[in-house]
Design a protein around this ligand. Structure first.
Ligand SMILES: *Cc1c(COP(=O)(O)O)cnc(C)c1O
Length: 476
């Protein structure tokens, strides 16, 4: 029953492939977001409750039903008109990879069970590390479920290095108060990692940022000096390369100097901004990143991979083993390093195949070309917005564009901006998000993170914004 018969299976897979192709062909023609409303949501829930698992649905019918429901019941981040928070459209090769991985389901917990997949991921880690300026010989790392897991793992590595007794003696080993540093614009998973790790929210020194959202190195220097004087133990600095709110990149060289001076582990959260490492002419924006001890890079934020494709790069071979050592007599061993003893998860899915096949077919140049185009489209968007009297608030190298409506009094109020975003969505011209700026103000945020977005999409977005402004009544 679970395997179906060969004919049904063949028909099912053929239909799934046809549905996938039809979905891709429907780009720009579908509603971008569900318009459920309260009643629609109630109907959706009622439909799910009415599903009777005692009376099985035929496979083809279940497939069609799921596709119809998915299409109606989610925001379509894969559509070229989606300009929301970091969420690229998966490449065609990564879609195929997901199907292969689900079919063969290699177990990457041990090298012996899946030597090719484990070697593939190792090769990718070294290759991406090299793009960040590391020697392949000093590069280690792992595929992760995403930035949250990468940031947590990095914090645990930094903690283990600063407090080697901690693994054995637990919190009693902390003779000095541990202190870590990150900016007010850092991703919330950094603070949560400190809580999960038992350091507590008070271990985090939150460093202010400049008007563009970049950590202020002088404030960091003062905080470090203050903690030194108070006999706390600074052990970790987390810099961000590409903040989620505005795409800001912290001044990495100066932060790296301070980390070196104070013996701190330097972690760079480049979940999205790491894309600059893959485009030769953008690499300068990440100057200093090679001095990091560890780097978060999320292919599912930055490079056309499906969700569940994160990476943690570590410049200290052996550090992962020291923190995550484990042995189980029943795990097969072949003498090579086993991923289960090098990170938080035990069983591991082959997350790297999509990136491997995408790189194998597009090459570094193909990947860089797609990213370069997204950066150019963001620049086109900035120009278009300025020409229409919007005020663009940032000019960073990453394809994140924050703006307010300078042509209107109150054009930076959340209500007006939200009205614009809704009107643009209602016209089917784009999905925008509202963001909070470092100073507390609000702005619209458009991120070009989709390799299928083109000039027409950007121009229609600008046109729709200009039209929406004309039709929205003056706010109070
Ligand atoms: C999204 C994001 C994260 C969290 O990553 P997930 O992959 O969603 O777990 C961490 N840092 C930054 C800068 C992010 O944008």
């Amino acid at each position: 029953m679970l395997d179906l018969d060969a004919d049904t299976r063949a028909a099912l897979f053929a239909r799934a492939a046809a549905l996938i192709e039809a979905h891709l062909a429907e780009d720009r023609a579908r509603p971008l977001a569900p318009t459920l409303g309260r009643e629609g949501l109630a109907a959706m829930r009622a439909g799910l409750d009415a599903l009777d698992f005692e009376a099985p649905t035929p496979p083809l019918e279940a497939l069609e039903g799921a596709m119809t429901a998915l299409r109606a019941g989610q925001v379509h981040a894969t559509d070229p008109r989606y300009f929301g928070p970091f969420h690229p459209a998966p490449s065609a090769m990564s879609v195929v990879a997901a199907a292969l991985v689900a079919t063969l389901d290699p177990q990457l917990a041990t090298h012996g069970h899946a030597p090719w997949p484990v070697e593939v991921e190792g090769r990718l880690v070294r290759a991406i590390g090299a793009r960040f300026g590391w020697d392949e010989a000093e590069t280690d790392g792992l595929f992760t479920s995403g930035g949250a897991e990468s940031n947590l793992t990095a914090l645990l590595l930094a903690r283990a290095q600063a407090f080697p007794e901690l693994a054995r003696r637990g919190a009693r080993a902390l003779a000095e108060e541990p202190a870590m540093y990150t900016s007010t614009e850092a991703h919330p998973t950094v603070a949560r990692a400190a809580q999960i790790a038992g350091l507590g929210a008070e271990a985090i020194r939150t460093i202010p940022v400049d008007a563009r959202g970049r950590l202020k190195p002088d404030a960091l220097r003062l905080a470090l000096a203050r903690d030194r004087a108070a006999a706390a133990r600074p052990f970790l600095i987390v810099a961000t390369a590409g903040t989620t709110a505005t795409g800001a990149i912290d001044p990495l060289p100066r932060v790296a100097d301070l980390a070196a001076e104070h013996g701190c582990w330097l972690h760079v959260d480049a979940a999205f901004g790491g894309l600059a490492a893959l485009v030769p002419e953008l690499r300068g924006a990440l100057e200093g990143v090679a001095r990091a001890d560890s780097i978060t890079f999320d292919p599912h934020k930055a490079t056309a991979m499906p969700l569940g494709t994160g990476m943690l790069l570590v410049r200290h071979p052996g550090a992962l083993e020291r923190s995550f050592h484990a042995r189980a007599g029943y795990m097969p061993r072949d003498g090579a390093r086993d991923p289960y003893a090098r990170g938080v998860p035990w069983s591991r899915r082959f997350a790297g195949l999509g990136l491997f096949l995408t790189l194998a077919t597009a090459g570094w140049d193909g990947l860089a070309a797609a990213l370069r185009r997204q950066v150019a489209l963001a620049e086109r968007l900035r120009r278009g917005l300025r020409a229409e009297g919007f005020r663009v608030l940032d000019d960073g190298p990453l394809p994140v564009v924050c703006f307010v409506d300078a042509a209107r009094a109150g054009g930076d109020r959340a209500r007006h901006l939200d009205g614009l975003a809704r009107a643009v969505l209602a016209r089917g011209a784009g999905w925008l998000s509202l963001t909070r700026l470092p100073g507390g103000g609000r702005a619209l945020r458009a991120c070009v993170d989709n390799h299928r977005t083109d000039e027409g999409d950007v121009d229609r977005l600008v046109g729709a914004l200009a039209e929406a402004r004309a039709t929205i009544a003056e706010g109070p």
